[in-house]
Design a protein around this ligand. Structure first.
Ligand code: ADP
Ligand code: TRP
Length: 328
């Protein structure tokens, strides 16, 4: 199977991104699937950002992905803006995309409501660029978080429209890819209420220092008192317990649940155990990340090699596209 996915360089990667998306990337790669993963820097230009710090953020994200298990020897890892076909196909698809359907995109509504002074056309056409990212490589599956389902639905619509309009019936150019959601649908943030997100500043970074993580964890919300009064001793209403399910061995989860039910374990002790297990998983990722960041030129080189492969693959698709749409 061929797999493709992307992630925006809009800040540091957090546990929500890891369990909601990257974990799945690595699993598919290690199963031996043919993977294309990229850093969606053009998408990240649709909201206000600082151009001076962006190249550094891209390199840090690449290093974090590699440290988290994306192996450039097995997968093609590249940066979107280094592959011109993405913007080329985006234009062609934009001439097929129904305006009304774009207006119904939940992410567009959310982002434009959040920042009404900064609504640009790129934010509106964002899902078309995303469809181009995907269709160029003709993947079978696209592993993404649940919030991206609507964009993938549009991707399939555009593939279908292009094939119908420009291809012989027995020779469609584009594949309509399936969306693959991770089993961890949503990781909640430090507030225990909203999804973990850079925008809510309620996250734990994948490569944050041990001290910083403990400082955040120490203050993280546990079970909300209001709910606890109605449902005392139920670990499933506590977000710290939800995190145990991600990091701690099953026996430890059972023991914590029992301790919670009988009020035998205090929240701080429960968090200390979580911290130990979290650290066992995050420490090797963090160490590898710092090792990689000491040689930024090597990361650039890896990305350049990925871009060469991606350019070759996508240019071949573009040539077919231009022929089919009647370009001279
Ligand atoms: P953020 O909300 O921090 O800006 P992004 O929107 O850039 O994160 O998300 C990148 C990927 O990670 C997407 O596939 C998204 O679905 C997934 N993801 C982000 N936050 C979470 C979360 N809290 N739980 C599960 N998956 C998440
Ligand atoms: N929009 C995706 C996100 O915010 C990132 C992305 C851009 C993407 N292009 C893609 C994901 C193509 C999968 C496939 O998470």
């Amino acid at each position: 199977m061929r797999i493709l996915s992307g992630i925006q360089p809009s800040g540091q990667l957090h546990l929500g991104n890891y369990f909601g998306a990257i974990y799945n990337w690595v699993r598919l790669q290690n199963k031996g699937e043919e993977c294309f993963f990229f850093i969606a820097d053009l998408h990240a230009q649709t909201v206000p950002y600082d151009a001076a710090t962006r190249p550094g953020i891209i390199l840090e994200l690449a290093a974090t992905l590699i440290a988290a298990g994306v192996d450039p020897k097995k997968s093609t890892l590249f940066v979107q803006s280094q592959v011109p076909a993405h913007t080329q196909l985006s234009w062609i698809l934009s001439c097929l995309a129904p305006f009304g359907e774009l207006e119904r995109m939940v992410q567009f509504k959310e982002k434009s409501d959040a920042n009404p002074q900064a609504v640009n056309v790129g934010l509106f056409t964002y899902p078309i660029l995303q469809a181009a990212d995907v269709l160029l490589y003709r993947p079978d599956m696209v592993p993404v978080g649940i919030d991206q389902a609507q964009h993938l639905e549009l991707t399939r619509t555009l593939a279908h429209k292009f094939n119908n309009r420009f291809c012989p019936a027995d020779e469609p150019l584009f594949k309509e890819p399936q969306t693959l959601h991770s089993t961890t649908i949503k990781v909640l943030g430090l507030d225990g209420q909203r999804k973990m997100s850079k925008s809510f500043n309620n996250y734990i970074g994948l490569v944050e220092s041990e001290e910083a993580i403990w400082e955040k964890l120490r203050h993280a919300a546990t079970d909300p008192a209001r709910v606890r009064r109605a449902d005392p001793g139920n670990p499933d209403i506590c977000n710290v317990f939800a995190w145990h399910k991600l990091f701690s061995p099953v026996e430890v989860q059972g023991e914590r649940a029992e301790g919670c039910r009988t009020a035998r374990i205090g929240c701080i002790d429960c968090k200390k155990t979580l911290f130990t297990h979290m650290n066992a998983i995050l420490a090797p990722i963090r160490e590898r990340y710092h090792e990689l960041m000491r040689q930024p030129d090597d990361i650039r080189q890896v990305l350049e090699e990925g871009a060469i492969r991606a350019r070759k693959e996508s240019a071949a698709t573009m040539e077919k596209v231009y022929n089919l749409v009647g370009a001279l």
